[in-house]
Design a protein around this ligand. Structure first.
Ligand code: NAD
Ligand code: IPM
Ligand code: MN
Length: 387
């Protein structure tokens, strides 16, 4: 998927966003810039102010003109979106999910790797965790079809569909009524063959590219026992792609509830986890916790056009402004961005610098997240020194 390095200057759009977003993105920028310069590459940053403060001041979420401009960038780096000052969903759907959908970023890649000297809640017996969530990123319960209805003026749900996705459009009407009249909520989920097939192909290529340990193996995360239409379809479609196109891969399906149970007992139990959108969201936080913390979990939203790189974590309002945020997840998301641009040496340099910092630092120089005393800026500075 990653483009080969073609130029000596890249334009990267940045939405630092809310809460700890701007704090961690500041460090990720320094690191990405320093690493790229090792290959003689410079970066021109295109800053965008979107997030809670912008919305509250301008009553605008994400203008179309900005989307058009960002579409011309080489990549997008994002901190986090969402604030206690704004009703949940407005900004998350209006910015984060909108970007994933508009740019058809159908792959959400979320590696879960334990890092040197980072304590894990479940002992790994001296081994390292190296698993990856490959999350379908445009469909499932995230389609945005539904609302709250009934209880007086209308007891029926009716919505007109006019949606564009990467390989298809959805048009028409969905309707439902409840009798007797009472308030109800509906949120429809949808998985298409197109959507499942393309994410499965990516997951298979990833499994094959991982080297011996997991080469033969892919795990489909499902819930076909409770939602056989939605997740049975996902599972069956994924399975047929694997059987037809990647017969060397061993394929298993695990219900998401059991998967969570197995994972906390043995975080090393899985390699590539192919997930529908909602399960991928949830499982990636679990994996982040098992690997050492939210503050180290990097992510990429990849499509055939503009791809977006962002940590798995959110805006963490509980620690925003305290300096306690760990910037490593954002820094490693910068490494995924560099790798996507074909800047392999730079990406490796970032990852090595993070490892060196963690290996060589006394406890009081580690991030607060690991019981240390280094602020977000100090952690960033300590990693930058090791590049
Ligand atoms: P969260 O990921 O922001 O926080 C969960 C927990 O992890 C918190 O205790 C937080 O302090 C901790 N944490 C997160 N990042 C950390 C870091 N870098 N260093 C140290 N600790 C860290 O999830 P939440 O509390 O459910 O969500 C807060 C807001 O962020 C909500 O508005 C939510 O919608 C939004 N959100 C946005 C994104 C995104 O932009 N990609 C992702 C998840 C949540
Ligand atoms: C994530 C987040 C988003 C998601 C939210 C903020 C909409 O949790 O990126 O993991 O559910 O995808
Ligand atoms: Mn999430």
């Amino acid at each position: 998927m990653s483009a080969q390095q073609e130029k000596d200057k890249y334009r990267i759009a940045v939405i630092a966003g809310d809460g700890i977003g701007p704090e961690v993105i500041e460090e990720a920028r320094h690191m990405t810039e320093a690493a790229a310069s090792l290959e003689g590459v410079s970066i021109e940053w295109m800053d965008y102010p979107f997030g809670a403060a912008y919305y509250l001041e301008k009553n605008e979420i994400l203008p179309e003109s900005a989307l058009a401009e960002m579409g011309k960038a080489d990549a997008l780096l994002l901190g986090a979106i969402g604030s206690p000052q704004v009703k949940p969903g407005i900004l998350e759907r209006g910015i984060l999910l909108k970007l994933r959908f508009v740019f058809d970023q159908y792959i959400n890649l979320r590696p879960a790797k334990s890092l040197p000297n980072v304590p894990t809640p479940v002992p790994l017996g001296g081994k390292t965790m190296d698993s990856v969530v490959i999350r379908e990123n445009t469909e499932d319960l995230y389609m945005g079809l539904g609302g709250i209805y009934g209880g007086g003026c209308e007891n029926s749900f009716e919505t007109s569909l006019d949606l564009e996705r990467g390989g298809y459009s959805l048009r028409g009407k969905l309707s439902l009524s409840v009798s007797p009249d009472m308030p109800f909520a509906v949120q429809a989920a949808l998985n298409t063959r197109h959507g499942v097939e393309r994410i499965t192909r990516y997951a298979c290529r990833t499994a094959i590219g991982r080297g011996e340990r997991d080469k033969e193996r892919i795990t489909i995360v499902t819930k076909s026992n409770a939602a056989p239409a939605l997740y049975g379809f996902f599972e069956d479609t994924a399975r047929s792609v694997i059987e037809e196109k990647y017969p060397s891969l061993k394929c298993e399906a695990v219900n998401v509830d059991a998967l969570c149970y197995h994972l906390v007992r043995d975080p090393l139990a899985y390699g590539v986890l192919l997930c529908p959108n909602l399960f991928g969201d949830i499982v990636s936080d679990l994996q982040a916790g098992l690997a050492g913390g939210m503050g180290t979990a990097a992510g990429a939203n990849i499509g055939d056009g503009l791809s977006m790189f962002e940590p798995v974590h959110g805006s963490a309002p509980d620690i925003a402004g305290t300096g306690h945020a760990n910037p490593i997840a954002a820094i490693l998301s910068g490494a995924l961005l560099l790798r996507h641009l074909g800047l392999k040496k730079s990406a490796d340099a970032v990852e090595k610098a993070v490892n060196k910092y963690l290996e060589s630092s006394p406890k009081n120089e580690l991030p607060f997240e690991f019981g240390g005393g280094f602020s977000c800026r100090e952690v960033g500075g300590a990693i930058l020194k090791r590049i």
